[in-house]
Design a protein. Structure first.
Length: 276
């Protein structure tokens, strides 16, 4: 576990390097979602680049598709993509390595980024699994600002109707969106009660804590008869005080001075994780 806790800081460094190379990226949400992606890809999900088309693989959709740079870093570390190629081609004209998920690339199930679509599509994937008597599980990560989309709640209603206990949604609850604090735009402080009223099993955790996340994913996998949602209370820009809890870091390229400090903060975080 300590290795994974340290690895997330390497993944953050890779993410920032991708953003700098491409001259753009949603850096704040990339940082908040990193532990969630790392937990899923390195501890929870049954996925492998050697069996990318395995019909029994688990499915994952990054519904908050603007956190693609973090997803690239994780897919590279998992062996689906090559990091140097991503850095060379990210956000370049004509490249497949665009700023949102592109399912023409290995390991990506669905094009996403138009918010509110990931959960409804995952409902279909999970329902297909049930109908085909498959054992795979389906996961999606949504942003909290995304939950203002009505399609999310249509999907939530359907997931309960069909008792999709093979479906687990995660909300990256960093409380900031492009236009500011979520509670000023469209409040979600009643999120647990809201999902519960839709018939979901609700688990709330500190979303930048790998131990809590892994326990939550385990609990979700053992919950029967209803879908599960993990409300992951995260910090936008997590990993460096330069970025943390600052709305203007939603989409930003660090200056050289900021980059140097951010990378130094990641190195300190990695060192602390190795000596826990």
């Amino acid at each position: 576990m300590d290795d994974l806790k340290a690895k997330v800081f390497d993944l953050r460094r890779d993410t920032v390097d991708i953003i700098v190379a491409g001259k753009g990226g949603h850096i704040g949400g990339d940082m908040s979602v990193m532990e969630i992606l790392a937990a899923l890809y390195f501890r929870v999900m049954n996925v492998s680049p050697k069996r990318a088309d395995d019909p029994d693989r688990d499915r994952f959709v990054l519904s908050k598709g603007h956190s693609m740079e973090a997803y690239y870093a994780v897919l590279c570390a998992k062996g689906f993509l090559d990091l140097e190629e991503v850095k060379e081609k990210f956000s370049k004209f004509g490249s497949s390595y665009i700023g949102h998920p592109n399912n023409k690339l290995p390991g990506i199930e669905m094009n996403s980024g138009s918010l509110g679509h990931g959960l409804p599509v995952c409902v279909g994937m999970a329902l297909a699994g049930k109908m085909n008597k498959k054992e795979y599980r389906v996961y999606t990560v949504m942003g909290d600002g995304e939950l203002a989309e009505g399609s999310v709640w249509e999907g939530a209603m359907a997931a309960n109707q069909y008792h999709l206990d093979n479906l687990c949604a995660v909300v990256d609850r960093n409380r900031l969106q492009i236009s500011g604090c979520t509670e000023d735009v469209m409040g979600h402080d009643d999120l647990a009660e809201r999902f519960s009223s839709f018939g979901w099993h609700v688990i709330s955790v500190q979303g930048n804590d790998l131990d809590e996340l892994l326990q939550a994913f385990s609990e979700a996998s053992q919950t029967k008869g209803k879908p599960s949602v993990i409300i992951a209370n995260t910090t936008k820009g997590y990993g460096s005080p330069v970025m943390e809890n600052k709305a203007n870091w939603h989409h930003k390229v660090p200056t050289q001075e900021e980059y140097n400090q951010i990378i130094s903060d990641f190195a300190a975080g990695k060192e602390a994780a190795l000596h826990e």
